[in-house]
Design a protein around this ligand. Structure first.
Ligand SMILES: [Zn+2]
Length: 91
């Protein structure tokens, strides 16, 4: 039996360690823009979060997302994330 190491990341909301592919990556691109990165392959500084609104709200409340990304979050980005995560929760 082979044991393969599965990449794991910590959710910035609830702090749980999960498989990377179960988390949504948010990336700060080298140009300084924030984007949702469903493929996990964009370059830049990334933060990982469970794809549920609860974890987003937790991360926002404790400012963990902006700390992880080392940049302030604008309203537009927060709205985008809320939309993305509430959509993901239903589908
Ligand atoms: Zn979480």
């Amino acid at each position: 039996m082979r044991v393969r190491k599965i990449p794991q990341r910590t959710c910035v909301g609830c702090g749980q360690v999960r498989e990377k592919r179960q988390l949504l990556r948010i990336v700060r691109t080298p140009a300084g823009e924030l984007a949702v990165d469903p493929t996990g392959k964009r370059s830049g500084r990334g933060a990982y979060i469970c794809p549920v609104p609860e974890c987003l709200e937790l991360a926002l409340k404790h400012r963990r997302l902006e700390r992880a990304l080392a940049t302030p979050l604008g309203d537009a980005v927060v709205n985008l994330l809320r939309e993305t995560l509430s959509g993901a929760a239903h589908g």
